[in-house]
Design a binder for this molecule. Structure first.
Ligand code: HEC
Ligand code: HEC
Ligand code: HEC
Ligand code: HEC
Ligand code: HEC
Length: 483
């Protein structure tokens, strides 16, 4: 049979077989979802408003799926019809000669060709849009509202709030994308059936190495000067007494004379540091391997390490140090109540003139509320009640300040505690310092020593120069012109 004849037969069959309900329904589904999709893409281009995440599910995932199902129904209907005819013992189909010279047949072929072209374009665009949507912050952060709400809330209040979830969590390249989509489908099931863990575990397994995520935007070799940190704390006394610490953090990096400081010493072209850890959160680090400037490998171990059973050591995770070992909460940084209150008072978002404010606020933040709604309802009322009964005069004079403080304390709670996801104060420790969690002292505790007597330094001026520690009114702030 020649090619033309084969095409001729096919066309004829399509013509006759298209006349069944399944094929027709498929054609209707495909056509109508195509119209809605195209209309929506047009709206998306012309209107500046962003879409609601649930709307996104319909537009980017369900409609394209309907479109595809419709496309599939068209041939399925035909197959079914053929089988029915065969079973009924009818002649499969009366074959009539189709004459390509007939204008009707030529027109039909053109229509089929054009429709196929449009379908392929729609499918391609829908695929691209779907992937793009599934990578959007809205999809990641809002669709499974309760599940992601802690991470999303902290993310919005961070230096990375304009960086996409996918840029840190998925990284670049097709393999990363495919793997993320596969594990994403598993997660969708977990959400649909409520089987996800509360809280979502951290560290994230299979998080891409920092080289493929953070380092797409940050340049690790960049030299950063000492960074000035000014931190004011408020005591839990009647006057909320303030004291300030000031330090210069030696961030460092690469200099003409080699690598220095916090960044320079751990990260280098030659990957200096790896370690083993015995707990899931990487808080216990009994052994650190370091390549020093002479290229010599130094093994720093703790006293405990020598006592660990061999199978624990064999099972321990080995990890090359990268950005995330210090910056484990670059965007989902949950605060502790003490520091969050200090910050609010130092920034004068709530008045340190209210007696015992720090102490009262701390107590209210540490109560076990059933959920965020209960906390939001109770915190401001309880604070107002405290001043109304204990300091009625002050309550009368400073009513507005008490109300503001109530709202600020409530906001601190809602920003950091998510009873629905079992996230409370300190669930996700931040490794960047040493005051709120062990952090740097996981290694820099003076207890990690090498066979030759060297140890990982732990003295206070290794990482920062302390210019003032817990001073009432540090003179140096005046010298800097900061007061
Ligand atoms: C700047 C990079 C960055 C961005 C942007 C980012 N994340 Fe993360 N995310 C991290 C890191 C780092 C961790 C912790 C990794 C670890 O310790 O293994 C993490 C952890 C998580 C976890 C595990 C639970 C936890 O708190 O540790 C979830 C869930 C999560 N991120 C969701 C999101 C969502 C949703 C978005 C977007 C709204 C997002 N992330 C944006 C870097 C990022
Ligand atoms: C898509 C680009 C991008 C990626 C990926 C990215 N960052 Fe950033 N990061 C930024 C930008 C932009 C800022 C500056 C924000 C500002 O100045 O407000 C920033 C700021 C920071 C800061 C300074 C925060 C501060 O307090 O000033 C740290 C630390 C940081 N990033 C660490 C990381 C780490 C760790 C990763 C990987 C987990 C990462 N970043 C991934 C773009 C990125
Ligand atoms: C040994 C721990 C450690 C490692 C590893 C590390 N950092 Fe940092 N980084 C710090 C500390 C500490 C600071 C200062 C934090 C602060 O502001 O309180 C900092 C500050 C920063 C800042 C802000 C600088 C500024 O001028 O404020 C950026 C950006 C940053 N780091 C990015 C990175 C990136 C990207 C990597 C990986 C290539 C990385 N860091 C690896 C400890 C580390
Ligand atoms: C996994 C273990 C580990 C962690 C965690 C770690 N460090 Fe280090 N750090 C090392 C090792 C190992 C060295 C090199 C020790 C040596 O010089 O022999 C080092 C060196 C340094 C140096 C250079 C000291 C000098 O005088 O040469 C600074 C500064 C430093 N670290 C700061 C920090 C800070 C700040 C943090 C927390 C944000 C931190 N480190 C977390 C292992 C670690
Ligand atoms: C391994 C590095 C390292 C060593 C050693 C170290 N620190 Fe720090 N320290 C840091 C970093 C990093 C921060 C900043 C953390 C942050 O931005 O929250 C910090 C912050 C502080 C702060 C301000 C904390 C706050 O928020 O209240 C004080 C005070 C302080 N250090 C005191 C000390 C003293 C005292 C010692 C000696 C016993 C010491 N540090 C040793 C890395 C170190």
């Amino acid at each position: 049979m020649s090619f033309t004849e084969r095409v001729r037969d096919l066309t004829r069959l399509a013509f006759q077989l298209g006349n069944n309900w399944m094929t027709l329904a498929g054609a209707a589904m495909t056509t109508s979802s195509a119209f809605v999709l195209v209309w929506f893409w047009f709206m998306e281009i012309t209107s500046p408003r962003s879409i609601h995440p649930y709307m996104g599910i319909i537009l980017f995932l369900i409609l394209p799926a309907l479109f595809l199902v419709g496309l599939a129904l068209i041939p399925l209907g035909i197959i079914r019809l053929r089988r029915q005819r065969k079973l009924a013992g009818e002649t499969p189909l009366p074959l009539q000669a189709v004459d390509f010279k007939q204008p009707g047949v030529r027109r039909l072929l053109t229509v089929v060709g054009v429709l196929t072209f449009i379908n392929v374009s729609i499918l391609g665009t829908a695929g691209l849009k779907g992937v793009e949507y599934m990578d959007s912050n809205q999809f990641c952060g809002l669709t499974c509202h309760t599940v992601m709400s802690p991470e999303y809330t902290a993310f919005l209040d961070s230096p990375h709030s304009r960086v996409g979830c996918a840029q840190c969590h998925i990284g670049h390249g097709a393999p990363a994308l495919v793997r993320a989509k596969i594990s994403g489908s598993r997660q969708l099931f977990a959400v649909a059936f409520g089987t996800f863990s509360r809280p979502i575990p951290s560290p994230v397994e299979h998080l891409r190495p920092a080289r493929e995520t953070c380092e797409q935007c940050h340049w690790p070799q960049k030299f950063t000067n000492d960074k000035l940190i000014v931190r004011t704390k408020f005591a839990e006394d009647e006057a909320n007494t303030a004291s300030t610490s000031i330090l210069l953090l030696k961030i460092g990096g690469h200099t003409p004379n080699g690598t220095t400081g916090i960044h320079g010493r751990h990260l280098d072209a030659m990957e200096r540091i790896s370690y083993i850890t015995t707990d899931a959160r990487r808080q216990e680090i009994p052994k650190v391997t370091y390549r020093d400037d002479n290229g010599q490998l130094v093994e720093y171990v703790t006293d405990d390490f020598k006592k660990l059973p061999k199978e624990t050591v064999d099972k321990a995770t080995v990890r090359k140090m990268d950005c995330i070992d210090c910056h484990n909460r670059p965007t989902h940084a949950f605060q502790l109540p003490d520091r969050a209150l200090d910050k609010a008072m130092a920034e004068k978002r709530m008045s340190a003139e209210l007696p015992f404010l720090k102490k009262q606020a701390l107590e209210l933040l540490k109560v076990d509320y059933a959920d965020q709604k209960a906390a939001a309802a109770k915190i401001p009322v309880a604070l107002a009640e405290y001043y109304r009964t204990t300091y009625p005069e002050i309550y009368k004079q400073k009513r507005a300040q008490v109300d503001t403080a109530g709202e600020v304390v409530k906001a601190i709670y809602l920003r950091n505690v998510f009873p629905e996801m079992k996230i409370t104060w300190g669930t996700h420790p931040n490794n960047i310092g040493h005051e709120e969690s062990v952090g740097c002292f996981r290694c820099h505790d003076g207890n990690h020593t090498a066979a030759d007597g060297r140890s990982i330094k732990g003295d206070c001026d290794t990482c920062h120069t302390i210019l003032a520690q817990d001073e009432k009114d540090p003179k140096i702030l005046k010298d800097f012109g900061m007061k």
